[in-house]
Design a protein around this ligand. Sequence first.
Ligand code: PLP
Length: 222
Amino acid sequence: MAELITGLDAGQVRERVVEARERIEAAAQRAGRDPADVELLAAVKYVALDELGTLADAGLTLLGENRAQELVAKAEAYPGAFTWDFIGHLQSRKVKDIAPYVRYIHSVASDSVLAQLERHAPQREDFGVLVEVNVAGEASKSGIAPAELASFVARCPVPVVGLMTMPPAVAAPEENRPHFATLRELATAHGLHHLSMGTSQDYEVAVEEGATIVRLGSTLYR
Ligand SMILES: *Cc1c(COP(=O)(O)O)cnc(C)c1O
């Protein structure tokens, strides 16, 4: 794992956030979309727990964590400060640990997780899941194959609010445009609202293709 990020400066992070929001706004406008329909989620897997106050000072309100234990520790350390989404690979036995803290789980992609959701899903109105889709068909990645999506969504015991994808690392953001477009078409076909797609490398393209949640890490902390 990469080294934890420490020593962040709220003013600098705020500048990065403002710039990212401007880029999101411009991308949304190019696509004839309302920029207000795009949420900026800050991925904090590499950010030390003590730094999260700085992120709050910088104006970030929606955070995403990849590891269950970290999510619980960070959410408990800053009660009420943030909305938390889980964005990482989820082991089914961790569902019950994160359930009390999360709004959305972006990365639901196995029947064992569905079984745990059936038992442990919070009854809160705002709780929902996104199904992770392996749009590029990469053997090394988790995610439901597009052809399996309809039956998987039908089996999910909790509200499915959208789809998420983690496309390949690419040299040029444009290379992921077809994957983002595929995810949007799948969401439309299944009547799902949210599209969690786009990271630091390609979020502007993702917004042009319909992202409603972009997940930004490195570009905010550089
Ligand atoms: C780390 C991470 C991100 C952010 O990636 P950056 O390249 O740092 O912007 C987004 N989504 C997921 C699932 C991640 O693990």
